[in-house]
Design a protein around this ligand. Structure first.
Ligand code: PLP
Length: 268
């Protein structure tokens, strides 16, 4: 339906409490990418916050497929949000609320050549988020504040640091290459289990490269050979600067180039 015709009640718990989960699925040439992995994560998010899943897997697939087919662009990002529904404002779960589903497809911007050639700049920032970062909830205020700090420092992403370890970006997962080995934080409660993260680990296996899922000490960021950030919308981006430090040789690294090339091949 046209955006102007969409209506959500101001009493929707997604609006009042941020009582909602979401998912973002890229589609290329009108085909969803890693769809089953995204739907599995959406189902898990709903289960973790005890919102009843309003659709079967097939119904989700149909609805997302329709959005992709009907959108103006062939490459889109499908955003899906499910809230606990409309009820008088009160903290306990309402008895008979029906989950609200909102989905939209927006054009997926391609990544500028300049970004791929020069890499991006990062900052580090204290992680002030809650202890269930593994659930994809819409309450993203801490992430938004971190991203805004990055932009104000002329960087494009903020790396969240907690108890001396670099966990992930405000909207991306983090990879650090050190002595030829790729490191990324394990899938625990402190990070979002990124679909792109898992996809990149698969690519590394296919490339025969060693990786370790382990906590990354903050000071490794300043002595890394390569740093990458991954997300569904921005794929795998090389970082060439972090805080005031140059990463590696100051240009996107060799391993990143191999991973990026294979990523593009699989995508195609
Ligand atoms: C906090 C956070 N970490 C990681 C990611 C990357 O996840 P994915 O690769 O599934 O897009 C996102 C994506 O929005 C995110 O918000």
């Amino acid at each position: 339906m046209p955006l102007e015709a969409c209506r959500v009640s101001p009493l929707d718990r997604g609006f009042v409490f941020g009582d909602a989960v979401y998912e973002l699925i890229p589609a290329y040439a009108r085909r969803a990418f890693c769809l089953q992995q995204h739907l599995a994560r959406l189902e898990r998010s709903l289960g973790q916050v005890h919102i009843q899943n309003p659709y079967t897997r097939t119904q989700w697939e149909t609805m997302i497929g329709n959005l992709i087919q009907r959108s103006e662009s062939a490459d889109v990002a499908v955003y899906i949000q499910v809230t606990r529904g409309v009820a008088t404002r009160d903290h306990p779960f309402p008895e008979n609320a029906v989950p609200t589903v909102f989905a939209m497809a927006n054009p997926l911007a391609s990544i500028a050549d300049e970004t791929l050639q020069n890499g991006v700049a990062l900052i580090t920032i204290k992680d002030i988020r809650w202890q269930r970062c593994d659930i994809k909830v819409t309450g993203l205020l801490a992430n938004i504040l971190a991203k805004q700090d990055a932009l104000q420092s002329s960087a494009s992403e903020a790396i969240l640091v907690r108890d001396g370890f670099a966990l992930e970006g405000s909207s991306s997962n983090l990879f650090v290459v050190r002595e030829g080995v790729v490191h990324t934080h394990p899938k625990d409660n402190q990070i979002l289990p990124g679909i792109t993260r898992d996809f990149v680990l698969e690519l590394l296996t296919d490339l025969g490269r060693e990786y370790r899922e382990q906590a990354i000490p903050e000071d490794w960021l300043y002595s890394a050979d390569e740093i990458w950030v991954t997300s569904s919308a921005r794929e795998v981006l090389p970082a060439t600067k972090i805080d005031q430090h140059v990463v590696g040789d100051g240009v996107p690294g060799k391993l990143w180039r191999d991973v990026y090339a294979l990523y593009q091949e699989r995508k195609a």
